[in-house]
Design a protein around this ligand. Sequence first.
Ligand SMILES: *[C@@H]1O[C@H](CO)[C@@H](O)[C@H](O)[C@H]1NC(C)=O
Length: 354
Amino acid sequence: MKSLSLQLGLGVVSTLASVHAFYMPAESELHERTIMAWPGNTHPYYAGHTGSLSLTLLVSSEQAADAQNRAQHSGQYGVKVTVTDQYDLEPWMRDTAPLFVFDEEQQSDRYGLDFSFNDWGGRFPSNNDNFARKFLADSRIPLVKAYITADGGALEIDGNGTLIAARTPILDSNRNPSMSQKAIEKELQRVLGVSKVIWIPGVKNPDVLDDHIDGLARFVAPGKIVLSRPTPCSGVWAEAYYEAKRVLSQAIDAEGRSFELIDLPEAPADNAYMITSYVNFYLVNGAVISPAFGVPEFDEAAKDILQNLFPDRKVVQVYIPEIALSDGGIHCMTQQIPAGGKENNPACLKADCR
Ligand SMILES: *[C@@H]1O[C@H](CO)[C@@H](O)[C@H](O)[C@H]1NC(C)=O
């Protein structure tokens, strides 16, 4: 049995002899805060208001004054501007930041998973591959090392035992070259608390992500998935969509359910690098923050569909022309820290721990 090294703050504090189970709550569970980053150097992105309960915005020291100034106008929701010395800070917190999990033994409030981010299969060598470790050390949240490489945007969980993922960004050689599918599944089960992994084929390389699931298929609730349907529905992305639909329509989840699948048509894209998927939304407490692409009939239709899917949440659309052209979306730029404490720990409730 692999031993688990547990890092607290800046140093390795203890090594647990036995592996215990972790559990990642669904994004729809209560959040404490959201992490976003104001990218370093030359990137022109501007995050804007997220509607989150509370936002930690990481910025470089040169941007601190500007960010503070804008944060003052962020209304009732707190934006905490945090200066980081991370060089060349990437904005894609879904992939570079840790994923946050609970454990059934409640040894800590929360843990951060380090998935050994490798710059999307080594495509953009930078030093963001140590960002998760640095973030956890700086915020004194204990680290759990996952013994596989995965981008957060490549993992979609329902919080009820099921993970869906495309094969391409995880099983292909540029992320985990020397591991078998079985070993990878086992590790995903250990760190995310899932018992079933459903693979869709995915597409290699039309974009750098190798087909992250968070632009293609998202859980609305356990047993219910919203799928992004390309417009027009032809070409390589359409094939990926049809394959995902075929696989998911035949799949059975961890609880023995078949999936209800809902289509959400994409806005037409200006070019091949533009991501116009509305399923790259981000769930915050009480709301769905979803993208708008400035194509009114598509933006409005997407808003209606999402509002029907999430009747208890307010759907807030944010116009993201720059982000969409940068091969990402709102979900890619955000990472939730779930609310801590036993009362908010679904694993603990399930296990009845105290
Ligand atoms: C799914 O949720 C139900 C209801 O909360 C629970 O009883 C069940 O154990 C969960 N299953 C898994 C695999 O997490």
